[in-house]
Design a protein around this ligand. Structure first.
Ligand code: PLP
Length: 546
């Protein structure tokens, strides 16, 4: 009998645009938009408002929880459209309340395309033609206002405030060169692991804390922070009379899916606050932008396993869930719906455990309008941004409604099931070896070795034996070659596009160790592609060996 999760998966796949040519299903995508707009149209009259005026019902909103079962697209569209009920039509000629654009059809198509194909302007590897478009618009605008596009440059950011932030930051660096590295005085630190995201460094640079004041402590083989090393680092900061701006717990590292022991970090923080008699509690931020999604397994019965995952998958999901279960111990956390929440960029949520902490960010201390249950909600009083887009909010809302906890469990579980299948195939090959074998997520980092290599001992030698440096470098080159071959094949329509990380971790003598990377997230992934990955890597290995 088909396991329950596969039955779910089958119907959930219909909720995504088809990854291959399927004009009938494309019709379903467009028709869903059409049905949505039909419903919006029903709210229209001659008045400059959709539906009837209504006050937001925050009491009901604040009592909401994620449905337990998946719903159909047809069922949730009315709920999404409901958000427009009572809204001013700002493009209406009789609505002239503020400087608000009425988006053109072209601009809407412009938003839809990246929403469907999800480029990341972070790098043109992902951005491709969209990156080109950014340069093009920057050049066009530069020319328009009289800059020389040959020497000017530009990028899009999170609003006019973002543009101002960039401007002042550049000015600060001119006036006080080196603030980005050294900060203003070195009186504070950020503590995190050497596998934390570079965003920790970036934030320290931008905030004037200084990148040099980010202490990146060591990690265990499972890529989680060494809590003893964290304790030493914290004691050094506190013992020197400095303050801890934040301890960042990485809950799902970017490359390897390492998960820090938040419970131990929390206990350490409380212990040190008492011992040093601190007049503040060092803030713990959980960087859970990847790992948050495993929270859907918090109430999953792993023993009964009603969704019918395979044994290896159950073990992997339970291992990750054991760590993710402690998320609520963090004072704040970050969630990227555009990472493991099946939403387009940008859809990032910052959550504070105690929303009163927002008071520290309020622009004018005399006004504290941050408590939305009093009937007024002006987040602009404490956000960094002034204008803020709702696309991320709506994308997240749509997916939470569509999938429910069971739908998320199905899709996340499926990704892990596929990763576990791949791991079985890799383990069965003497030329291949998994490097993040202590991590249990949708990402598999692995290396290929020349025939005759003893893959039982090679990883250990690469990591710990300084005399093995030349072989390590040669193996890095070999794996890069394999990656390039497999990537070229994939672009030519054969095989599967996989990733590559230049520096999965540093060896004991600070040599980068690279790895091939398979990150499975597509609901459409199936066992065939996992076999293809291994087959193409092995072919590329043989070619490279001549
Ligand atoms: C991706 C990532 C970030 C940065 O998030 P963006 O949404 O890309 O800005 C931070 N931390 C971790 C662990 C990440 O994987």
């Amino acid at each position: 009998m088909t396991p329950l999760y596969e039955q779910h998966l089958h119907s959930l796949r219909r909720a995504f645009p088809a990854p291959v040519s399927d004009p009938v299903h494309d019709g379903y995508v467009v028709f869903s938009l059409l049905r949505t707009l039909d419903r919006v149209d029903a709210l229209k009259s001659q008045a400059p408002i959709l539906g009837v005026p209504r006050d937001p019902d925050y009491a009901t909103a604040a009592s909401a929880s994620i449905p337990s079962q998946p719903a159909t697209l047809e069922e949730i569209i009315p709920q999404l459209v409901h958000c427009l009920d009572g809204m001013l039509i700002t493009g209406h000629p009789r609505s002239q309340v503020n400087v608000i654009a009425h988006p053109s059809i072209a601009s809407i198509v412009g938003v839809v395309l990246p929403s469907m194909y999800n480029p990341n302007l972070c790098s043109d590897e992902s951005g491709r033609g969209f990156s080109e478009a950014e340069v093009r618009v920057a050049a066009m605008t530069a020319r328009l206002i009289g800059y020389d596009p040959a020497v000017s440059g530009g990028l899009f950011t999170f609003g006019g405030t973002g543009t101002l932030l960039y401007g002042v930051k550049v000015g600060l660096e001119k006036a006080f060169p080196g603030t980005r590295e050294r900060g203003c005085g070195g009186q504070t630190t950020i503590l995190c692991s050497d596998h934390s995201h570079y965003a920790c460094l970036n934030v320290a640079g931008w905030l004037g804390i200084g990148q040099d004041n980010v202490v990146r402590v060591g990690t265990h083989r499972d890529n989680s922070i060494d809590v003893d090393a964290l304790e030493s680092a914290a004691r050094e900061t506190l013992g020197g009379g400095r303050r801890i701006a934040a301890i960042v717990a990485t809950m799902g590292t970017t490359d390897a899916f390492g998960i820090d022991d938040l419970a131990a970090i929390h206990a350490l923080r409380d212990r040190l606050a008492l011992e040093f008699q601190l007049d503040y509690r060092p803030h713990i931020h959980a960087d859970a932008v990847i790992g948050w999604a495993w929270s859907v397994f918090r109430d999953y019965d792993f023993a009964a396993n009603p969704l019918g995952f395979r044994g290896r998958t159950v073990r992997a999901l339970a291992a990750a869930a054991n760590r993710i279960n402690h998320l609520a111990l963090a004072d704040s956390l970050g969630v990227d719906f555009h990472k493991t929440g099946f939403a387009p960029y940008i859809s990032s949520l910052f959550l504070l455990k105690r929303r009163d902490d927002f008071a520290a960010l309020v622009r004018e201390r005399s006004t504290m309008p941050y408590l939305y249950h009093t009937g007024q909600y002006h987040p602009g009083m404490f956000t960094l941004e002034t204008s803020r887009s709702a696309t991320g909010v709506m994308a997240a809302l749509a997916n939470l409604l569509l999938l429910g906890r069971e739908g998320f469990r199905t899709l996340v579980g499926h990704a892990v099931e596929m990763a576990e299948l791949l791991r079985e195939l890799i383990v069965a090959r003497p030329e291949l070896s998994i490097v993040n074998d202590d991590n249990f997520g949708p990402v598999t980092l692995f290396r290929a070795y020349p025939s005759g290599t003893d893959t039982f001992v090679v990883k250990d030698r690469e990591e710990h034996d300084p005399g093995y440096r030349d072989q390590l470098r040669r193996h890095n080159d070999l794996n890069r070659q394999i990656f390039q071959k497999v990537a070229a094949e994939a672009l030519a329509g054969r095989g599967v596009a996989i990733g590559f990380t230049d520096n999965y971790r540093l060896s004991a003598s600070s040599e980068p160790i690279s790895a091939l990377k398979s990150y499975v997230l597509s609901p459409f992934a199936d066992p065939t592609q996992m076999q293809t990955v291994v087959a193409h890597v092995l072919t590329a290995l043989r070619d490279a060996e001549g």
